[in-house]
Design a protein around this ligand. Structure first.
Ligand code: SAM
Length: 191
């Protein structure tokens, strides 16, 4: 395996369930305001995927944006994260719009089609990014969008550039680089 492959397909650390409290905390909104981050990306009636949703910090705001006629597929490989999401969504009265989906590390397993995919602070945890991005492209509608956000404190600029190259090779075109605190972010469109 070459150096590039090691950085992008190595056995990656998965965010522990013990971090869920911080991930879902309302204080986090001071850093990552879901309304500002998702503004203009999701419409009523859309099908949105929250990949690596964790306890659902972005899943609930997405469910509000897609409305009663839309759907959010909340994907994670840890069933404890999906269970926390389920509880939070039920409390917020949003569970009907959300479909929790347990995936494997190397297969999302949702066929699509989706209008929008969010991958917030999770791509660096994926073992094979090329495979993952090919699957994301396959489940997006033509013109559908992916917002990828990675933390600068876990992902070097070089690693991020490599991930961008892999994503572009998978058939997703970078169309914007939103500014998000503590993060490197790119909006892609399916070509
Ligand atoms: C750092 S947390 C971010 C959670 C959420 N996106 C947020 O910003 O609050 C990363 C999440 O991605 C999930 N994850 C890691 N690798 C994954 C994979 N290959 N497929 C799906 N989910 C994955 C972890 O279980 C964890 O819940």
């Amino acid at each position: 395996m070459n150096e590039h492959a090691q950085e992008t397909t190595g056995a990656n650390h998965v965010c522990p369930v013990s971090h869920a409290g911080w991930l879902a905390s309302s204080l986090r909104k001071l850093l990552h305001n879901p309304s500002a981050i998702l503004k203009g990306l999701v419409r009523e009636g859309d099908t949105a995927l929250d990949l690596g949703c964790g306890p659902g910090f972005f899943t609930l705001p997405l469910a509000r944006l897609v409305g009663e006629s839309g759907r959010v597929v909340a994907v994670d490989l840890q069933k404890e994260m999906l269970e926390m999401l389920r509880v939070r969504a039920a409390r917020a009265g949003l569970l009907q719009r959300i479909r929790p989906h347990l995936c494997a590390a190397d297969v999302i397993g949702y066929p699509g089609p989706a209008d929008f995919v969010l991958a917030f602070y999770m791509v660096h945890e994926v073992p094979d990014i090329a495979r993952f991005m090919a699957e994301v492209r396959g489940l997006l509608r033509p013109g559908g969008r992916l917002l990828m956000v990675e933390p600068w404190f876990h992902v070097s600029a070089r690693q991020y550039r490599e991930t961008l190259a892999i994503t572009t090779q998978a058939g997703l075109r970078a169309i914007a680089q939103p500014r998000i605190t503590l993060s490197q972010a790119t909006l892609f469109e399916r070509v």
